[in-house]
Design a protein around this ligand. Sequence first.
Ligand code: TMP
Length: 204
Amino acid sequence: MPRFITLEGIDGCGKSTQAKLLAEDLERAGYDVLLLREPGGVTISEKIRELLLDPAHAAMSDTCELLLYEAARAQLVHEVVAPALAQGRIVVCDRFYDSTTAYQGYANGMDLGAVQRANALAVGACHPDLTLVFDIDPAKAAARAAARDRAQDRMEAKGLAYQERVAAGFRAIAAAESERVRLVDASRGIDAIHADVRALVLGQ
Ligand code: TMP
């Protein structure tokens, strides 16, 4: 049974819904589960999230963006992920360092080695045991995201071509780390996707 599970994918892929359903499944199965999101999850990291997603911050440089995501992650790992894993809890995290590799590395075009070193610095020894990447056509995901009752944040405003580079990045990560990272076809309905998630995590 994986102890640290992360869910990844482009904006509008449906992973947050699946993260909640998975956490409920695990609780019903008797596990002590902590459901977190990135960037965020603790006070300092939620404040960094506001800086990152504020559409008024269009002038943010790629390096500033990278380091803010890593700062938010370092604090979340320090305050809750590492202690929870040490206590034997299961941690389900809606996004983790593969988002940085896909968005800041593949989509922004930053040096992938530098991004990986920044990821390593932020997480120390806390690496996911299992990562599910929710794979969906970016145009379909954009339609889903547009149906939400809120304005676009700074990342969503980067547009469809950007999301296509992110999606390609996630596929490249899944291909390179096929033991840890599994692709889930997220173009289907919630129940069909949930059945795959259950099978991958709980083996049922
Ligand atoms: P969310 O909408 O899934 O909560 O994620 C917030 C946004 O931040 C989303 O557009 C993806 C982006 N993101 C990165 O670009 N790099 C990262 O490392 C993380 C965790 C999120």
